[in-house]
Design a binder for this molecule. Structure first.
Ligand code: ATP
Length: 305
C-alpha cells in the first residue's frame, strides 16, 4: 500500500570557497566551489491531494512571505518533474517547514527541491536510481545536486557537477541570517560590473583549502575561506561588513559571506566557542543568529505515515 504522506529533510549549504569566472555566452558563470552541508534544515511533507497546494511554516524572521505558494515554488517544480518522468498524474499537498534563511545564499530553495524529490520518490514508490535523481536535480538548479548528496564536495560547471571531498572531523559555524534577502541574479550582475574589464581568470580550487580540510587544520581553513561574490554583495548591502567585522571581534577564527549573501558565516573552534561567538553577535543586536555543524548528510526521508 502507498504511504499517505512522506516527510523528507535537506540541509543548507555553505561555500567554503566560491570562485566565479567570467560570464559565459549562455548567461551562466563558471564556478569552482567547495560546498559543505550544515545542520540548518528544511523539511518537506508531501501527501496526495485533489489539487496542487503549498503551505509554508517556520520562524517569521526567515522572510517566509518571499516564498511563492504557486507552481513557481521549486518544490512544486521538483515534484512535477519527477511525476512527468515517472508517468505519475497525481496532485500533491506540499508543506515546507523552513529552517533555512530565504534568499540567504544558503540554497534553501534547492534544499526544498532535493527533499521533494526524495519524498515523492518514496510516496510514489518509484525507487528512482540515484544517478537519475541527481540528473533531475541538475535540471532544477545548480545547487540542487549538492543538496541531494550533502557532506563536503567540490562543485564545478554551474556548481551542478559535484564530487565528494576528503574531509576530517566536524566544523562549527555561526550563521547570521537577515530578514531581507539578496537576489542571486542581482549579486551576479553587480559582480559583472565590478569584474568588467579586469580580464578575470577561470576559477579553481585552492590546494591550501583542501589540505586544511584533510588535516582538520582550523587556522589554515580560516585563512583559506574565500568568496568571489563578497565584494559585490557588500557593495549592495554595506552593513554586512559590520556583521563580518563584529564576528571576528567576537573571536571567530574566520568570517565570510555565504554564497550570494546576505547570510554571514563564522568559523569557530568547537560547539562551546560557537555558542560564545553567537552570544556576542546576539548581544551586538544582530538578529537571526544560529549555530550549525557541518558536514551533514544530504536529502533523506525522515518519516512515512
Ligand atoms: P540561490 O540558490 O539562488 O543562491 P538563495 O539560497 O539565496 O538562492 P533561496 O532561499 O533558495 O535563496 O530562494 C531564492 C528565491 O527563490 C526566493 O526569493 C523565492 O522567491 C524563490 N523560491 C522558490 N521556491 C522556493 C522555496 N521552496 N524556498 C525558498 N525560496 C523559493
Amino acid at each position: 500500500m502507498s504511504p499517505s504522506w512522506v516527510r523528507a529533510s535537506a540541509p543548507a549549504k555553505i561555500n567554503l570557497h566560491l570562485g566565479v569566472g567570467p560570464v559565459r555566452p549562455d548567461g551562466y558563470h563558471p564556478l569552482a566551489t567547495v560546498y559543505q552541508a550544515v545542520g540548518l534544515v528544511d523539511e518537506v511533507t508531501v501527501s496526495p491531494s485533489a489539487k496542487w497546494c503549498v503551505t509554508i511554516a517556520g520562524d517569521e524572521r526567515l522572510a517566509l512571505s518571499d516564498v511563492p505558494v504557486d507552481g513557481t515554488n521549486i518544490a512544486v517544480r521538483a515534484a512535477r518533474l519527477l511525476a512527468e518522468r515517472a508517468g505519475v498524474d497525481d496532485a500533491l499537498a506540499i508543506r515546507i517547514d523552513k529552517g533555512i534563511p530565504v534568499a540567504g545564499g544558503m540554497a534553501g530553495g534547492s534544499a526544498d527541491a532535493a527533499a521533494t524529490l526524495v519524498a515523492c520518490d518514496a510516496l510514489w514508490r518509484l525507487q528512482t536510481p540515484r544517478e537519475e535523481l541527481v540528473r533531475l536535480a541538475s535540471e532544477l538548479g545548480s545547487d540542487v545536486p549538492f543538496a541531494l548528496v550533502g557532506g563536503t564536495a567540490v562543485g564545478t560547471g554551474r556548481g551542478e557537477v559535484v564530487v565528494p571531498a576528503m574531509v576530517r572531523g566536524d566544523y562549527w559555524w555561526v550563521v547570521v541570517g537577515s530578514s531581507a534577502g539578496l537576489s542571486t541574479p542581482e549579486v551576479y550582475r553587480e559582480f559583472d560590473v565590478l569584474a568588467g574589464g579586469l580580464g578575470i581568470d577561470d576559477p579553481g580550487i585552492p590546494d591550501e583549502l583542501m589540505e586544511a580540510l584533510r588535516s582538520h587544520d582550523l587556522e589554515k581553513l580560516a585563512l583559506s575561506l574565500h568568496n568571489d561574490l563578497e565584494p559585490a554583495a557588500l557593495r549592495m548591502r554595506p552593513r554586512l561588513s559590520e556583521v563580518l567585522t563584529t564576528g571576528i571581534e567576537e573571536t571567530a577564527l574566520g568570517a565570510l559571506l555565504s554564497g550570494s549573501g546576505p547570510s554571514c558565516l563564522f568559523l569557530c573552534s568547537g560547539p562551546e566557542h560557537a555558542q560564545q561567538v553567537a552570544h556576542g553577535l546576539r548581544a551586538g543586536g544582530f538578529g537571526a543568529v544560529s549555530v550549525a555543524r557541518g558536514p551533514v548528510g544530504g536529502a533523506k526521508v525522515e518519516r512515512v505515515g
